[in-house]
Design a protein around this ligand. Structure first.
Ligand SMILES: Cc1cc2nc3c(=O)[nH]c(=O)nc-3n(C[C@H](O)[C@H](O)[C@H](O)COP(=O)(O)OP(=O)(O)OC[C@H]3O[C@@H](n4cnc5c(N)ncnc54)[C@H](O)[C@@H]3O)c2cc1C
Ligand code: SF4
Ligand code: SF4
Length: 434
């Protein structure tokens, strides 16, 4: 009976998709469909998102665990048909248009292609101990440390590096400035930060900041402003005071991290940090610095990142990235809450800033990369992981061309798989060797 209902809901979902309506109108039509309720939402998510390999891992609701970078359906029997997970999943539908009103954008609002914002600066913290710990200008950690020291924040949902498996992270609820600093820097792999919200709820730690890549920001926002008024959504709304989004082109797999260490001839534990600045910039614990091609590393991009349409964390209070910069953070203030947190940091003398106009190329690149992701077809209209495997192209960044033509899936063409490498002839080989 439950299975029949889930099938019916699936059919209605696909009928709407096939009608090919404008994505936003379609999203509202879909919402009224599932608001009828009565179906086992977790089964529907498994069929439409998880099994086709489309789960981006935003982990907004306590539905799945995440093992080996993949969702695991461990609480299926606890599903009470509340349909919340279907409402908040950003893979099933685009984020609500009225989200921009709900998150209280700081006025007046600008949009230069990387989401609505009030103002932006290039920034770095004046606190040397934070700058040293941080990935770029240490702004993310400075916001957390300052918030805790002034009592504005009681906790920060972050991620920590796994000491047993460096470059991979796990969700962590930081409740002290020391813990915030310990979590700093970027692991360019999937790290399910938002799972730590469950601990914050259980321990009643609030007000909270949440740090996440855009998929996580969107999941949290959808849950905060879900039309399904459950206690858990209300808790998110009341207690998450600051959402800090990290710009994100893609994450990389654990296999990629392993192969990088192999290529460098070191153990992963010997890698102290990786930064991406058009190429991989790797710092080793013995003080050596190495670089590797980002293009070549692209084959280790996490396939699920194709289904993500947000580069600049458009729905965060503050968006941060290192795009085109060295030792500075590209800082975008979007909302009233973001403005309050930023002003407090600025007035306390914790940051130095430069105008965005000093690095026009960084802003241009941010707009271009945001547009590329935003204009992708809806994830529901994209091929599954298996279909992409068959095509021979799992690279999320180089899957489509034709995106410049707009949102309609009709314009998008998957790139063909790369041609097989030609074997070198004996003569050519000789020539190369000499
Ligand atoms: C997977 C990934 C991809 C990124 N891609 C881009 C990009 O394409 N372009 C760009 O401009 N910037 C990108 N960034 C953001 C950039 O690396 C910096 O995080 C950002 O500039 C903030 O620097 P900071 O010194 O202010 O942060 P810090 O003060 O160093 O704080 C960094 C915060 O990030 C959290 N964190 C670390 N790893 C992860 C993770 N895997 N998932 C979620 N949270 C994490 C830490 O817990 C910490 O709270 C990416 C970050 C990640 C994690
Ligand atoms: S809500 Fe996020 S974690 Fe859950 S199925 Fe959708 S993409 Fe995956
Ligand atoms: S590209 Fe970044 S934000 Fe998008 S799904 Fe991948 S890790 Fe998440």
């Amino acid at each position: 009976m439950t299975q029949d209902l889930t099938k019916q809901v699936q059919e209605r979902y696909h009928r709407l998709l096939d009608e090919g309506a404008d994505p936003n109108e379609w999203a509202y039509a879909w919402r009224s469909e599932y608001n009828r309720g009565g179906f086992k939402a977790v089964d529907f998510l498994m069929e439409e998102v998880v099994n086709p390999g489309k789960c981006i891992g935003c982990a907004p609701v306590d539905v799945f665990d995440y093992e080996n970078e993949k969702p695991v359906d461990v609480r299926n029997s606890a599903c009470v048909f509340c349909e919340l997970c279907v409402d908040v999943c950003p893979v099933l539908r685009p984020t609500d248009q009225d989200l921009t009103r709900q998150i209280e954008l700081r006025q007046p609002v600008m949009d230069d292609g990387f989401g609505p914002y009030a103002y932006g600066v290039l920034a770095r913290t004046t606190k040397d101990y934070i700058l040293e710990a941080g990935q770029d200008g240490g702004i993310c950690s400075a916001l957390g440390v300052h918030g805790m020291q002034t009592g504005q924040l009681k906790g920060m949902v972050v991620g920590n590096e796994n000491p047993e498996n460096p470059q991979m992270g796990y969700a962590h609820l930081a409740t002290t400035p020391e813990e915030v600093i310990a979590s700093a820097r970027s692991r360019y792999s999937y790290q399910p930060n938002t799972l730590a919200l469950v601990e914050a709820m259980k321990r009643g730690i609030a007000p909270l900041a949440v740090v996440g890549v855009p998929c996580q920001v969107d999941g949290v926002r959808q849950q905060q402003f879900s039309s399904i008024r459950l206690d858990v959504a209300e808790w998110y709304r009341q207690n998450i005071g600051l959402v800090i989004g990290l710009f994100c082109s893609e994450a990389f797999t654990e296999k990629g991290m392993d192969s990088l260490a192999d290529d460098l001839g070191v153990s992963k534990r010997d890698v102290s940090n990786i930064n991406i600045k058009g190429r991989l910039e790797i710092k080793l614990r013995d003080g050596r610095e190495e670089t590797r091609s980002l293009k070549a590393f692209g084959k280790y991009a996490r396939p699920a990142c194709l289904y993500c349409m947000d580069y600049a964390a458009d729905n965060a209070d503050i968006g941060l990235g290192g795009i085109g910069l060295n030792g500075w953070t590209f800082t975008v203030i979007r909302t009233e809450a973001g403005h309050q947190a930023w002003q407090a940091l600025f007035e306390a003398g914790w940051v130095e800033t430069k105008e965005l106009s000093e690095m026009p190329k960084a802003k241009e690149l941010l707009s271009r990369l945001s547009r590329y992701k935003r204009n992708r077809p809806l994830p529901a209209l994209m091929p599954t992981h298996l279909e992409r495997e068959t095509i021979g192209n799992l690279d999320p960044k180089h899957y489509y061309r034709g995106w410049e033509d707009g949102h309609s899936a009709k314009n998008w063409r998957p790139l063909p798989p790369p041609p097989p490498k030609k074997k070198k002839t004996a003569a050519k080989k000789q020539g190369n060797d000499s």
